[in-house]
Design a protein around this ligand. Structure first.
Ligand code: 5GP
Length: 190
């Protein structure tokens, strides 16, 4: 793994993909006979969601949900709604990262209010120590620390979602000034 003085690679591509395959196997096992509807949260969960659903060997539907967040406190609005009704469906929410848990709490309630038969969550990353509300995460990829993470869907001001591995930003002030971060990740990949 590569370390720069302002960022360090914390989860390499091979570890991400093998863990995603394990989560896909677990979902395949658990949902046999009750086909899931995957809800991939825009924009950060697209790489994880695309990899995860291809590791689930069941008839499954995939839809997308985009949220607007208003400040802290878990106040959210819908920027782009699902096109599939969730009534009586076994919904699996696909999230890139759970932090306080407030967004996920609202989302789960939204799915329940719309009549979903069951609601589960698959989250790639979980900042468990920062949780302010108790919310279940049935399929968890990795527990992570408090650092700000980028890559594999996670952004820094809209950038770096397309990195293949997950990096932790060590120094936000320095990171903000580094225009060579992408090049550094590419040369680390070789
Ligand atoms: P929560 O409602 O759980 O506090 O917020 C979860 C959301 O916060 C994630 O979907 C993501 O958009 C954002 N988030 C939390 N931690 C990070 C992080 O380390 N990096 C990035 N890029 N986004 C994060």
């Amino acid at each position: 793994m590569t370390t720069l003085d302002y960022a360090t690679e914390v989860i390499p591509e091979t570890d991400l993909l093998s863990r995603v395959a394990e989560l896909g196997e677990a979902i395949t096992h658990d949902f046999r006979g009750r086909d899931p509807l995957f809800v991939i949260m825009l924009n950060g969960s697209v790489p994880f969601g695309a990899d995860l659903v291809r590791r689930v060997d069941l008839p499954a539907e995939v839809d997308f949900l985009g949220l607007n967040r208003f400040g802290g406190g878990g106040r959210i609005g819908i920027a782009m709604d699902l096109s599939t009704p969730v009534l009586d469906r076994n919904v699996i929410l696909i999230e890139d990262i759970i932090d306080t848990g407030l967004t996920l709490t609202v989302l789960r309630r939204m799915m329940t209010d719309r009549g979903a038969a069951t609601v589960s969550t698959a989250a790639l990353l979980d900042k468990t120590r920062r949780r302010v509300t108790d919310v279940p995460v049935e399929y968890r990829g990795f527990e992570v620390g408090d650092e700000y993470l980028v890559g594999y869907g996670l952004d820094w001001r809209g950038l770096y979602r397309n990195l293949r591995s997950v990096w932790a930003v060590l120094d936000q002030d320095v990171f903000a000034t580094r225009t060579d971060f992408l090049a550094a990740t590419l040369s680390a990949r070789g």
